[in-house]
Write a protein that binds this ligand. Structure first.
Ligand code: ATP
Length: 444
């Protein structure tokens, strides 16, 4: 696989493949699109669900001290006052008076010149709040203003007490949530990397402040291990950025960065947030959110360690790492074109894990029955149209790790050929052994 950063034009190729093969489309495309919004198509949404499930399993289902939450997207605006978002969640921006382009000042190489038209006629930088505004109720005035959540973690803090009481969890414990977040990004760009509507997977871990740094190190290590072991990232395409400049309440913060086609970018943040969030919500709501430790007869405000990752960025990072164009391999494969485009996606998150391809339409009945059987355990697809070479090629492009060919011999020997996407080696496997075989190679 070529290095992501050494593949010029990679982003365009990924965007085109995503459209062609049904991973991601521009939202409202038939109306000309809507900047910063993206729809996930049949394969993209399967992959998204697979990554969500993997994260959820890793963070919540395998741990006893973890709880679930599914909160609303819109809630009282006071939450965002307490969290500081209404006052501070803003970027400095400037407008070009000539071509009317708008820029984030911190992202301009030269804040005195318009990167688009070269004009020096720019407005004074102004604060621009990123909260997405709406109205709740029939009257559209200041009293009815509300906001779409800018992050999924604030409702976790707000519901901390209810969750703890309902579940009788003792500190330390965590609450996780996956859901949509909205930011009025001034300059959405780099495909889904910076969108205005996106999905976050966040977990807040509540602990005793004295153990805060230990837990921070623990979660940092857990998350890096997850990217290595579950998603296949290596030291070559993942690195840690340690924040030197911290928010006034934070004790430590790192970003897990990966290689995107435009360069290194933040995928996940791991933050030691101290007692800031619960203290703020206690102050603004008047509810005491402290925890009473019965064992030690001690009351304290729990410290929070947060892991926060964007699902859309995870998908983009996986696609960037997986995309490959192979030319030398063509001779081995039964393809009629020069370049084999293949997504080397980890089998656990590939949208389709197993494709069942009959050698001939005459074998439909048996092959389809096999597919229905396999489909109960794996994300599977059945395809009988076109030459076998074309069907392999299509599966390569959507990253299917295993293709099963049901041929005329299969009827007699009850065995099928399993083709490996990456090595292109083919193995004969008895149908009675197939499920075990696939579970092992997919890593379930
Ligand atoms: P950035 O510096 O890139 O704007 P951030 O530091 O503001 O990101 P956080 O507020 O820490 O991001 O959000 C946690 C995660 O949510 C990020 O690591 C990223 O994966 C994702 N995320 C944040 N903003 C966006 C966005 N506009 N589009 C897609 N994903 C996003």
């Amino acid at each position: 696989m070529a290095d992501v950063l050494e593949n010029p034009g990679l982003m365009d190729k990924i965007v085109s493949l995503c459209k062609r093969r049904g991973f991601v489309f521009p939202s409202s495309e038939i109306y000309g699109g809507f900047n910063g919004f993206w729809d996930y198509g049949p394969y993209g949404s399967r992959m998204k669900r697979a990554v969500e499930n993997l994260w959820w399993h890793e963070m919540v289902e395998t741990r006893d001290n973890f709880e679930w939450l599914d909160s609303t997207i819109i809630a009282t605006p006071t939450i965002w006052k307490a969290s500081g978002h209404l006052d501070q969640f803003s970027d400095l921006m400037t407008d070009c008076k000539q071509c009317k382009s708008r820029y984030r000042v911190d992202q301009m190489e030269d804040p005195t010149t318009c990167p688009n038209c070269g004009s020096k006629d720019l407005t004074e930088p102004r604060e621009f709040n990123l909260m997405m505004k709406t109205f709740v109720g029939p009257v559209f005035d200041d009293e009815h203003v509300a906001y779409l959540r800018a992050e999924t973690c604030q409702p976790i803090f707000v519901d901390f007490h209810s969750v703890r009481v309902a579940t009788r969890q003792k500190v330390p414990f965590g609450i996780a949530q996956i859901g949509k977040a909205f930011r009025n990004e001034i300059n959405p760009r780099n495909f889904t990397f910076r969108s205005r509507e996106f999905t976050q997977m966040e977990m807040e871990f509540f602990c005793d402040g004295e153990e805060g740094m230990e837990w921070f190190e623990y979660w940092k290590e857990q998350r890096i291990r997850y990217y290595r072991e579950k998603l296949g990232f290596t030291d070559n395409d993942m690195r840690i950025y340690v924040h030197e400049k911290l928010a006034h309440y934070a004790k430590a913060a790192i970003d897990i960065e990966v290689k995107f086609p435009f360069g290194w970018g933040e995928l996940e943040g791991v933050h030691h947030r101290g007692t800031w969030d619960l203290s703020q919500h206690s102050k603004f709501s008047g509810e005491d959110l402290q925890y009473f430790d019965h064992d030690n007869q001690r009351k304290f405000m729990p410290t929070v360690i947060e892991t926060s990752v964007g699902l859309d960025r995870t998908i983009l990072a996986l696609l960037s790492k997986a995309y490959d164009e192979e030319t030398a391999a063509t001779k081995k494969a039964d393809l009629d074109e020069d370049v084999r485009v293949v997504l080397h996606l980890p089998p656990l998150v590939a949208p389709i894990q197993v494709a069942v391809l009959p050698q001939s339409k005459k074998l439909k009945e048996n092959a389809y029955a096999l597919y229905k059987d396999i489909d109960r355990f794996f994300r599977a697809e059945y395809d009988e149209t076109g030459s076998i070479g074309k069907r392999y090629r299509r599966q390569d492009e959507i990253g299917t790790p295993y293709c099963i060919t049901f041929d005329f011999d299969s009827v007699n020997d009850n065995a099928v050929t399993v083709r490996n996407r990456d090595t292109m080696l083919q193995e004969r496997v008895n149908v009675t052994q197939l499920r075990d075989y696939l579970e092992k190679v997919i890593g379930i």
